[in-house]
Design a protein around this ligand. Structure first.
Ligand SMILES: NC(=O)c1ccc[n+]([C@@H]2O[C@H](COP(=O)([O-])OP(=O)(O)OC[C@H]3O[C@@H](n4cnc5c(N)ncnc54)[C@H](O)[C@@H]3O)[C@@H](O)[C@H]2O)c1
Length: 271
């Protein structure tokens, strides 16, 4: 491969990336990384979530982003939102399923509704987005040597259980419906990777470890300390450390990578 081809390998110029949950801690970092790599980014979040300052930040850095309101718990909202994205952005080459919302809990406190809501946003919404955007991703795949890319954001708790001893209360614990739904997303990734391979749509999943938000870092440093003690690398993660892997998976550098679950957890699941 020529030097100029290597230089282009991780660039995403001319591609459209959809990021759900873009107003959040990791979503904003993922959007920044994709925009810095040259992608035009469709920022998706719930109605009323403010993303104006993120758009300004991306644009002042030479990037391009547009906001799209969508309630991922609602299939009509997903269909209408996708139609707006395709019409305004001119297609879709990269889809990042990152959104999540839900309370804490244990088996003792969880309800059936907790499970249903967790599965709807974690498994059903990525499925619907993929179903609606599939023809556009397939079209995008024909334009790029490495094809189109779907990147799902699961969790290390889709693979291992949390250690309940690190939490102060049952309702403050990472809940079983979260991990069960994330495990579902990891398996949906494998099914999608195999079904969509012939269309050159690559589907991979990232399982982040501990990335507590700035609010949690400020309000509960003792909890952050307990998290840190479980990480071989000895610290919590930064959003740009997820963004870098997302850019890689979206790029032609990952052209032979599909169906993989990539832990980005400082070694948490390697002990
Ligand atoms: N932060 C961590 O430590 C961590 C660890 C492992 C996995 N993850 C996963 O990474 C992803 C991002 O996490 P985060 O920490 O940035 O969370 P966050 O709460 O900061 O962001 C989640 C975003 O999703 C949006 N969202 C929620 N419900 C929605 C809906 N119905 N429609 C549209 N948007 C909706 C929220 O408004 C929010 O902006 C999640 O999938 C989470 O499970 C996070």
């Amino acid at each position: 491969m020529k030097r100029s081809d290597w230089d282009r390998l991780l660039r995403l110029d001319g591609r459209v990336a959809v990021v759900t949950g873009a107003a959040g801690h990791l979503g904003a970092g993922i959007a920044e990384g994709l925009a810095a790599a040259g992608a035009r980014v469709a920022l998706v979040d719930r109605p009323g979530m403010s993303m104006g300052s993120l758009v300004e930040r991306l644009k002042s850095d030479g990037g391009f982003a547009e906001c799209f309101e969508m309630d991922l718990q609602d299939s009509d909202s997903i269909r209408n939102g996708c139609a707006r994205i395709v019409a305004e952005m001119g297609g879709v080459d990269i889809l990042v399923n990152n959104a999540y919302a839900g309370r804490g809990g244990t088996l003792a406190t969880a309800t059936a509704q907790d499970f249903e809501r967790a599965f709807r946003i974690t498994v059903t919404a990525p499925f619907l987005l993929l179903q609606v955007l599939r023809p556009h991703l397939a079209e995008g795949a024909r334009r790029h040597p490495g094809g189109a890319a779907v990147i799902n954001i699961a969790s290390m708790y889709g693979v291992v259980s949390p250690d309940l001893r690190i939490y102060d209360s049952a309702l403050g614990s990472n809940p079983p419906f979260y991990g069960a739904a994330k495990a579902g997303l990891i398996q949906l990734t494998r099914y999608a990777a195999c079904e969509l391979a012939s269309e050159r749509i690559r589907v991979n999943v990232i399982s982040p470890g501990p990335f507590p938000s700035p609010a949690v870092q400020t309000s509960d440093p003792a909890f952050v300390e307990r998290l840190t003690s479980k990480v071989p690398l000895g610290r919590i993660g930064r959003p740009d450390e997820i963004a870098g892997i997302v850019v890689f998976l979206a790029s032609d550098a990952a052209s032979y990578l599909t169906g993989a679950n990539i832990p980005v957890d400082g070694g948490w699941t390697a002990w």
